[in-house]
Design a protein around this ligand. Sequence first.
Ligand code: TPP
Ligand code: SF4
Ligand code: MG
Length: 311
Amino acid sequence: MVTSIKNLPSDEFVLQGNSSCAGCSAILALRIVGKALGPNAMCILTPSCMVASMGLTPKTAYNWPCLNICFATAGASASGLVYALEALEKKGRLKGEMPTVFNWVGDGGTYDIGLQAISAAAERNDNFIHICYNNEAYSNTGVQRSGATPLYAYSTTTPGGKKEPQKSMPRLMLEHRIPYMATAAVSHPGDLYDKVVKAKNTKGFKYIEIFVPCWPGWRFASSQAVAVSKMAVNSGSWLLWEAENGKVEFSAPSKRILDGKVEKTPMKDYLALQGRFAKVLKSPDAEAKLAEIQAEVDHEIEFMKKRAEIY
Ligand SMILES: Cc1ncc(C[n+]2csc(CCOP(=O)(O)OP(=O)(O)O)c2C)c(N)n1
Ligand code: SF4
Ligand SMILES: [Mg+2]
């Protein structure tokens, strides 16, 4: 049974007065993650919107010890912190319970520049959670394309629409066959909360990727991030699942789509909510491009269905 939003703990680890955009769904996701992790956690951040949102010492808005590290090094830095904590514990010098070490890193820091160190830490099965909040762009520096930016989306470095389809980071992580990994979305807070609790209670490397639409980057109204996220799930373009040691289980909303119990929303309706696809939807070959985007989504669904059957 998925935890209801009404039953999430009232504790807050993302404090008022942080400097994220109003209506930022990444900061909302971090609030929910905080409720699942509780106070005994240490947070590592790479350069991103979430570092900017944290603010400056002594008025930082995240209520955990936080380390801001180099863009490429989330995997290596978290490993180092975990090894240091484990050494202290071994020597009897760790006060209290072992904290949960977690990375809070964007898609740029995960899919692109941080990939090698994250993959290496996963292969070593180091004991931390890498959380990628995926807003499908380098938002903090002005919305440049990343490996997570979808096909035909506008970004400042793809003014005519991105020509390449997005890379599937969750699938890359799946084949590391780590103890636990999951995809989640800001529109499904109970599901996200439960997955972070599960990751916290699992030893070894954990990966969670959270879908967090960015309104200034994707060009929709600031009040609509959760609605856009819901639409991504309902269209099947963002699948919710989890995997223990490489074995995939689909989560309720996506499972209903995959089992054919619920009709998925057409991609056209989802894309129409976002200004970053406006040019494509108005172009003379809009129908062909839409069909290509829909085919990408359908292929991913078929792939994941088969992947879940064979392992
Ligand atoms: C090595 C290096 N290259 C570039 C930058 C500039 N930079 C700072 S934040 C950022 C974007 C980060 O994108 P992402 O990880 O997706 O996080 P978001 O901004 O979307 O929250 C970039 C390119 C940097 N700090 N270090
Ligand atoms: S640019 Fe996007 S991800 Fe960054 S703080 Fe604003 S809403 Fe959040
Ligand atoms: Mg990003």
